[in-house]
Write a protein that binds this ligand. Structure first.
Ligand code: IMP
Length: 447
């Protein structure tokens, strides 16, 4: 492993946290490069369940330095809460670097997030309400306040006063703090953050030069990317591979591998088109069996089936070199597994490689289904066999499903996850990987 990006290949919540946690045993650095407390990565080290929102998953590993990159928007109050919670559990390694260029989410941003959702009314996107969009808006508008200012009170005061002037629409709402209050609150938590603040990009350049293994941990996913996702039902950052370079300062040419993470089915939280959504009993069963509730907001997730049009699109967008299929155990016992291989539009057109640009059009496509044979339940006996024998113990139908996905997308499936713990992960041996049918010119030659 050299420089590897791990990206979401669906609508977020693909179990990236678990995969990054698994891979971080071999990494020297784990870097978050975008997003903020809208992410919720659930990991289970030593039988405990932890939801991390802003700290990279590598923070619980002694061998890893965790890095919050410049492309993140950080809520300093949440950050301190997260650090304290990990410390209380004895899980805070202390090997943490926070980019001085990352932007701060302030209480005004959260209030603005709520105001924006109210203003959109029936067009609301169902944001996580964490102030993500407004913080990125202020970054792009050059009103933003960065982590560096936590060490420079005089600059902080000036910028806070200016930023407050742009928030006139919050007048009359409850709980809008004054700039003086925000300043005092920031300066109260700053001492806990400051010891970890550095310019992270030179540290990462040195690590790249020395050939150290680096994991770039994406949050959300390509379909929520502000440019390429299902706009306007997207987040305000770039969860893609290109975003990993932007948000970490690691140059694109230094990236060696890109691992996309997809469930064997699909979920979405919040509003927006979801062509393969399963309503009724199928959706309820997937939600129940998959424990599909948001790690950040606790909202029930919308559930449905794997969508290969979107997966092909995301594979190209990110330059995936490999694919991990997660939660394959959730489908255990299904007699057949539906997969969308194309769309029929209302104009009678067939789409297979990319979704329509407008969300209104994507919401009206009709999926073209293939039904693959289902596989057996992941009983404790099967899990024990897998732990002992590895790949050879996998149900034949699941191998067929993997081969199908791999060939349809043009990217080899290299990792399978069949349960929440680190141990319930299987590396597909190179000899068993299905050759992509040549759709992905960036895919490495198979050994
Ligand atoms: P925001 O990122 O809070 O602005 O929310 C924008 C959209 O992205 C909403 O539909 C959210 O539900 C979705 N979203 C944001 N973060 C995540 C995530 O970590 N997993 C899944 N969906 C997310």
């Amino acid at each position: 492993m050299t420089v590897t990006v791990v990206v979401g290949a669906q609508f977020g919540d693909e179990a990236k946290g678990k995969v990054v946690d698994y891979l971080s045993g071999e990494a020297d650095y784990v870097v978050r490069y975008q997003g903020g407390p809208n992410a919720g990565h659930t990991i289970r080290p030593a039988g405990r369940t932890l939801a991390l929102h802003q700290l990279p998953v590598g923070i619980v590993r002694e061998n890893c330095t965790a890095v919050c990159g410049a492309g993140m928007v950080l809520d300093p109050f949440e950050l301190v809460r997260e650090m304290r919670a990990l410390r209380d559990e004895g899980l805070f390694s202390g090997k943490l670097l926070i980019s001085d260029r990352a932007h701060l989410i302030l209480p005004w941003h959260r209030l603005q997030d709520a105001w924006e959702e109210e203003t959109r009314g029936s067009e609301a996107g169902g944001t996580t309400g964490r102030g993500i969009g407004p913080a990125y808006m202020d970054r792009a508008g050059r009103w933003g306040i960065r982590v560096a200012e936590l060490s420079r009170p005089e600059i902080l005061r000036k910028r806070l006063a200016l930023l407050r002037k742009t928030k006139g629409f919050l007048e009359g709402r409850e709980g809008v703090p004054s700039p003086e209050q925000v300043e005092a609150d920031l300066l109260a938590v700053a001492p806990e953050i400051r010891p970890y603040v550095v310019s992270t990009e030179p540290v990462l350049w040195t690590a790249v030069r020395e050939g150290r293994p680096i994991l770039l941990e994406g949050a959300q996913s390509g379909l929520l990317d502000v440019d390429f996702g299902t706009y306007p039902f997207v987040t305000s950052s770039h969860p893609t591979t290109a975003g990993a370079a932007l948000g970490s300062g690691i140059p694109p040419r230094a990236i060696d591998e890109v691992l996309g993470i997809s469930k064997a089915y699909a979920t979405r939280v919040g509003a927006g088109p979801f062509p393969t959504e399963a309503r009724g009993a199928d959706g309820d069963r997937l939600r129940e069996r998959g424990g599909e509730r948001g790690a950040t907001t606790g909202r029930p997730r919308r559930c449905g089936w794997l969508d290969l049009v979107l997966l092909r699109y995301v594979a190209r967008l990110n330059g995936l070199t490999a694919l991990a299929l997660t939660k394959v155990d959730v489908l255990g016992g299904e007699p057949q597994v539906p997969v969308a291989v194309g769309y029929r539009t209302v104009d009678g057109e067939t789409l297979t490689e990319a979704p329509p640009t407008l969300s209104e059009d994507l919401a009206r496509v009709e999926p073209m289904w293939r039904f693959l044979p289902g596989w057996e339940e992941f009983t404790p006996a099967l899990k024990a066999e897998l732990a002992e024998e590895g790949y050879r113990a996998l149900p034949r139908e699941l191998c067929r499903f993997m081969a199908f996905v791999s060939e349809e997308v043009g990217v080899p499936v290299t990792l399978l996850s069949y349960g929440p713990s680190r141990e319930e992960t299987l590396v597909v041996p190179p000899g068993a990987r299905t050759a992509p049918r040549g759709l992905a010119p960036w895919a490495p030659p198979l050994p």
